[in-house]
Design a protein around this ligand. Structure first.
Ligand SMILES: Nc1ncnc2c1ncn2[C@@H]1O[C@H](COP(=O)(O)OP(=O)(O)OP(=O)(O)O)[C@@H](O)[C@H]1O
Ligand SMILES: [Mg+2]
Length: 288
């Protein structure tokens, strides 16, 4: 399913304009939404599964204007699962297993299918051992994983996550990225918001930059990621890797297809390899 937004605006009840005419087609497999506090990320994401209804303009699912009746919302949310930033806004059942099984149970699936969905989602999030635990007695990072597992149990085509790495430690973040990568590999579209452009650069194919409810940059991550002005407009710190690659292009023209280099660790690895090759070449020349 492809979600597209057409001049979509949203105004909260108190009159504040949160989105001011967003036009955007969410077609890429991995999409990162970046913007500073109050830019409209959460508001935009809440529209993607019909939790909020645009005040102006609209949203289409596979080219068909969204409908907001019960049946349509139900079908929509089966395909698009939203993970809120704060797991406490999402979790409500007493135990982890109950919480994760809530979605599939609501879909009216048979017992065996529900069990298999829950098992898979818990395994995907590496929390099988937490199955019987009380949700309120888990750490923040554990609750966050449970919330994501709940969304995965819906077996969605599109997984929307609001700041999924906020509050996770570095190993939690690494685990999250591996999980999202695995899901994307299985064909699930991932749309997530973050303040962390370096993290986004490691994962996303497409960047969307928001500022005060407007899109101020969008396109391939390696193009937008290297556009310092777009990041300045969005008031977000740009990712480091494209800047480093620009600086290194002169001393290391062999860096070549820099598109593949998405993390500082990968860049370091590449530089070490180039140095090794250069050293070997020098040794061979000295020996001959
Ligand atoms: N429930 C609400 N009622 C009124 N205004 C709201 C509400 N929620 C958000 N806003 C306003 O809408 C705008 C966009 O907020 P939103 O939460 O979408 O931003 P955000 O990009 O997610 O920010 P953050 O990085 O802080 O999470 C802000 O100006 C905010 O004050
Ligand atoms: Mg937000």
């Amino acid at each position: 399913m492809i979600l597209s937004l057409h001049d979509m605006g949203y105004r909260y009840a108190d009159g504040g304009t949160a989105l001011a005419g967003i036009t955007l087609t969410l077609a890429a497999r991995r999409i990162a939404l970046l913007g500073s506090n109050g830019a409209g990320k959460t508001t935009l994401l809440l529209h993607l599964n019909g939790s909020l209804r645009p005040s102006s303009g609209g949203l289409c699912l596979d080219g068909v204007p969204a409908r907001y009746d019960r049946a349509a919302l139900r079908a929509w949310r089966q395909k698009v699962a939203l993970v809120l930033q704060d797991p406490d806004d999402q979790l409500f059942a007493a135990t982890v297993a109950e919480d994760v099984s809530f979605g599939p149970t609501n879909l009216g699936l048979v017992e065996a299918e529900i069990r298999s969905r829950v098992d898979t989602a818990l395994a995907d999030m590496d929390i099988t051992d937490l199955r019987a635990r009380a949700t309120h007695a888990l750490s923040f990072g554990q609750r966050k994983r449970v919330a994501i597992a709940g969304a995965l149990a819906m077996d969605p085509e599109i997984l929307v996550l609001d700041e999924p790495s906020a509050g996770l430690d570095s190993s939690g973040t690494e685990h999250l990225l591996r999980t999202l990568e695995r899901l994307a590999g299985r064909g699930v579209q991932i749309v997530f918001s973050t303040h962390d452009a370096d993290l986004a650069y490691r994962f996303a194919d497409v960047f969307v930059l928001l500022r005060a409810g407007e899109v101020v940059g969008q396109g391939a991550a390696e193009i937008v990621g290297a556009n310092a002005q777009a990041f300045e407009r969005a008031q977000v710190a740009p990712p480091l890797v494209p800047q480093l690659l620009q600086r290194l292009a002169t001393p290391y023209p062999e860096l070549g297809d820099a598109k593949a280099i998405r993390s500082p660790a990968a860049l370091l690895e590449q530089l070490k390899e180039l140095e090794l090759t250069a050293n070997n070449a020098a040794r061979i020349r000295a020996g001959s």
